[in-house]
Ligand binder design. Structure first.
Ligand SMILES: [Zn+2]
Ligand SMILES: [Zn+2]
Length: 384
C-alpha cells in the first residue's frame, strides 16, 4: 500500500469523507501532479467527492471537474494550488457522467480552456442516457422494465429540485463544444490516452509517467457499476457516427472486464489515481494495478454464485437478483440498480454460452457453465 503513497505535500487537509483535501503528488519522474477533492454540492451520493487532477503538460491540464453546482467548491480547491480556471489550457473528461463533467459549462465561461473527451462523448452528450436505449431490444431489459414499472414506479417520489438540476445539466452539456476527440493510444507529450469502456462507453484512463488516472474505471473501496448491453433506439441510431453503430464495443460487462484486463497488462508499476475515494473514512487509499484484479475477482464471485444457484433450477431476473443481494440493498429504487447490475452479469453469461434465456425470461444453465472462467482467466494472466 505505502509503495503507492505519492504525497509530496499536503496543501490542505479536508474532511473525513475526503471533501476539501488538496495534495501535491510526485510521479517517479519527479513531475508534480496536484490532486484536489471537489465536494459534491446539491445531491450528495455515497461515492464522495470527485478528485480533479491538475498538471503541466504543454500547458496546465485538468482531469475531471465535479458535480453540477460544485463550481464554487472547485474554484476554492484550485486556489489552494495557486491556480484559477483561467490558467487551465485543457480539461479532459474521464467520462461523461455528471459528477465528472457537471461544471464544464461554468468552467468554460471563466476560461479559454478546451474540452477534450473520448470520441464517443460528443455524439452521445446530446442525449439523456436513459432515453437512447431501446428497452424492448432484449428480453432481459424488457423484463427489467416490466418489474420496474410494477414494483418501483408506484413508490417513486419525484424530487423536483433534483430533476431541475438534471435538466439544466443535460441542456448545458448538449451545447458544450468538444475541441478534441480522443482515441485509444492518443498522445500529448508525456500523456497517453487508453480507451477503457464498460463503466461508461466513453470511459478513458490516462497515463502520465507511472500514474494512471482511472476516472471511474477503477475505484478503491467500491466496484464501479458496469453498463448493460445497449440497443440504440432507431431514431438515435440514425444520427450516430459509424463507429458507434455497433455498441457492443463500448457497453456491457464483458467490455468492462476486457478493459480491466487491458490495464492489468500495463504491469505492476503504476499508481492508481481514481476519481473517487482516494481518501475516505479518515484514510488514504493508495493502490496499484492489483485493484483491477480485485474488481475482476468480485465479478467472478458474483458469476460463480449466480451459476451455483442455477445448478438444477430455472430462475428469472428478480429471483436471481434477490438471491444475490441482501434484502436491505433492494429497497425502493435500489432494486432497480441491483437488477440492472444482475442484467449485465446475465448478458455476459449468455454471451459465454453458460446460460440460456427463454422467451418468458426464464434462465437456465447451459453445459458445464464454466466458459466464463476461461474468459476471465485470460484477462488476469497476461501470458495466456
Ligand atoms: Zn461514472
Ligand atoms: Zn464518478
Amino acid at each position: 500500500m505505502t509503495k503507492h503513497n505519492r504525497i509530496l505535500n499536503v496543501l490542505k487537509e479536508g474532511d473525513s469523507n475526503g471533501d476539501g483535501w488538496s495534495l501535491e503528488l510526485n510521479t517517479s519522474q519527479g513531475r508534480t501532479v496536484f490532486a484536489v477533492a471537489v465536494a459534491q454540492s446539491v445531491h450528495r451520493s455515497r461515492t464522495g467527492p470527485t478528485w480533479s487532477y491538475i498538471f503541466e503538460n504543454q500547458g496546465w491540464t485538468s482531469i475531471d471537474l465535479g458535480t453540477p453546482g460544485s463550481y464554487d467548491a472547485l474554484k476554492v480547491a484550485y486556489s489552494t494550488i495557486g491556480l484559477a480556471p483561467s490558467d487551465i489550457k485543457r480539461v479532459i473528461i474521464s467520462h461523461g457522467h455528471s459528477d465528472h463533467d457537471g461544471t464544464v459549462t461554468d468552467f468554460m465561461r471563466d476560461s479559454k480552456a478546451e474540452l477534450w473527451a473520448h470520441e464517443t462523448y460528443k455524439p452521445l452528450k446530446k442525449y439523456i442516457p436513459w432515453e437512447i436505449h431501446y428497452k424492448k431490444g432484449s428480453l432481459l431489459h424488457k423484463e427489467l422494465n416490466r418489474i420496474a414499472e410494477e414494483k418501483i414506479q408506484p413508490y417513486y417520489e419525484p424530487d423536483a429540485a433534483r430533476e431541475a438540476t438534471d435538466q439544466k445539466y443535460f441542456e448545458e452539456r448538449s451545447q458544450t463544444e468538444v475541441a478534441r476527440d480522443l482515441r485509444d493510444g492518443y498522445e500529448l507529450s508525456d500523456l497517453k490516452i487508453m480507451s477503457t469502456p464498460g463503466h461508461s462507453p466513453d470511459q478513458i484512463c490516462l497515463l502520465l509517467d507511472d500514474f494512471i488516472f482511472t476516472g471511474d474505471h477503477i475505484l478503491p473501496e467500491i466496484t464501479p457499476h458496469p453498463t448493460g448491453k445497449m440497443v440504440f433506439r432507431t431514431s438515435i441510431l440514425e444520427n450516430l457516427p459509424d463507429f458507434l453503430r455497433d455498441p457492443s464495443e463500448f457497453y456491457g460487462l464483458g467490455t468492462y472486464l476486457n478493459s480491466l484486463g487491458k490495464v492489468i497488462k500495463l504491469g505492476p508499476n503504476y499508481t492508481i489515481l481514481p476519481a473517487h475515494r482516494l481518501y475516505n473514512k479518515s484514510r488514504f487509499n493508495w493502490q496499484g494495478i492489483e485493484r483491477a484484479k480485485q474488481i475482476i475477482k468480485h465479478h467472478e464471485h458474483r458469476l460463480d454464485s449466480m451459476l451455483n444457484k442455477l445448478q438444477n433450477n430455472t430462475s428469472n431476473l428478480e429471483e436471481t437478483t434477490r438471491g444475490i443481494f441482501e434484502r436491505s440493498k433492494l429497497l425502493g429504487p435500489n432494486l432497480y440498480a441491483a437488477m440492472s447490475e444482475i442484467v449485465a452479469h446475465l448478458e455476459f453469461l449468455e454471451d459465454t454460452g453458460d446460460i440460456a434465456i427463454g422467451a418468458s425470461g426464464d434462465i437456465s444453465k447451459q453445459g458445464t457453465g464454466t466458459n466464463y472462467k476461461t474468459y476471465i482467466s485470460r484477462l488476469v494472466d497476461p501470458n495466456l
